[in-house]
Ligand binder design. Sequence first.
Ligand SMILES: [Zn+2]
Length: 171
Amino acid sequence: MTDSDGDRGTRDRVSIPEEIELPRLLDFYELQTADQTKIHEFYDNLRDGRLTTTECRDCEAIHYPPRIVCPECTGDNLEYVDLPHEGELFTFSEVRGGLPMGLSEHDVPFVVGVVDLGPVKLSARIDDASYADLEIGDSVELKIVEIDGPTDQERVFYRFTPQDTNNGEHE
Ligand SMILES: [Zn+2]
C-alpha cells in the first residue's frame, strides 16, 4: 500500500554477476607465454600433456619447479626432461576455509598434497577424492586442467587424482 508499490515497473535494476571477474592481480596462476615467463616451455609441454622440469647438463641436478639458473651450480645449461605422471602421496591435507583469493566457497573442501614422483616431490591439489578417501602412499596420477579466465590466454595447470587400484583397500 506504500506509494512505491505502484512504481515497481519503473525502478532501475542492478544485477550482481554470478561470478565476479578477477583483476589480474588476484589471479594466482602464472601467465604462461614466452613473453611472460622464462619457464614457458614447462607450460608448453604441459599443454601438450607432458609434465616436465629442468635438469642441469653440468651438475645433473634436477629441479622443481623448473629453473632458469641451476640452484646447485649457478650454471644456466639446463634442459627440459620428462617427469613421471604417476607417483605416491607423500603427505596431504584438506582446505576447508581461508581460501586463497581467486577461489570461491564452492571450491571447498579440497585436498592438497605433496606427491613424490621419484626424481622430485611437488605440491598439488588432489582432485576426485576427499580427505577421508586418502592414505599416505596412495598412488596418484597427473591430471591436467585448463584455466578459465580472466585472461584470453589458453592456460593449463596440473593436479593429481587417485589412480584406480584394485587392492580393495579403498572404496
Ligand atoms: Zn647445475
